[in-house]
Design a protein around this ligand. Structure first.
Ligand code: GAR
Length: 196
């Protein structure tokens, strides 16, 4: 059974989808804990499923590296095989990434390398893109630059708002993320090979 820690910052709809998927013992993965950088609404999903939570806010630390050390200690307490960033909206410093990568993956609402960063949906609309999508990728020391694991595209509709588009993206994103975690658990995806 693949053991997973999920980190979130917001509403946690991707987390919820993973929690539901892992209820099936045949899925092959189990979420041990959920962490956040703030008292995020999405932590309620973990509590609903009886999964422990922790919050490590950067505001309590003098530097990003000190914050990341404590976040990492909280993650490693659970000895996960995989750490999933599911709407975790902070850039993780090198000390965190190098301790976990390639067993550290992120889901991002664009077809990377297009529109990295924290406003991917807004940036795609502002650029006049007609297609966007989702990328699940290994986290490396850059911002949304790590090796891609899976991508899925969708057409942008005329006059679509940022929130409408993001909601449509999230529907396919949840499916992609579930399939990636399942395939890692079932050894159909080998993160070490992808990161070479
Ligand atoms: C997701 O669309 C995720 O890709 C995005 O935040 C959303 C979280 O939704 N992450 C990023 O933009 C990271 N750069 P959720 O809280 O409902 O799962």
């Amino acid at each position: 059974m693949l053991s997973v820690v999920v980190l979130i910052s917001g509403s946690g709809s991707n987390l919820r989808a993973l929690l539901e998927a892992t209820e099936n013992p045949l899925f092959g993965a189990k979420i041990l804990a959920v962490g956040a950088d703030n008292p995020a609404d999405g932590l309620a999903h973990a509590e609903h499923f009886g999964v422990p939570t922790f919050v490590v806010s950067p505001t309590a630390f003098a530097s990003r590296e000190q914050w990341a050390e404590v976040l990492l200690a909280n993650v490693q307490h659970f000895k996960p095989d995989l750490v999933v960033l599911a709407g975790f909206m902070r850039i993780l410093p090198q000390n965190f990434v190098s301790a976990l990568s390639p067993n550290l993956i992120n889901t991002h609402p664009s077809l990377l390398p297009n529109f990295p960063g924290s406003h991917a949906v807004r940036d795609a609309l502002a650029a006049g893109a007609t297609t966007t999508g989702v990328t699940v990728h290994i986290v490396d020391e850059g911002v949304d630059t790590g090796p891609h694991i899976r991508q899925a595209a969708l057409d942008i509709l005329p006059d679509e708002t940022e929130s409408e588009l993001h909601e449509r993206i999230k529907v396919i994103e949840r499916q992609q993320l579930i399939e990636v975690v399942r395939d890692i658990a079932q050894k159909k995806i080998h993160l070490t090979q992808l990161s070479r």
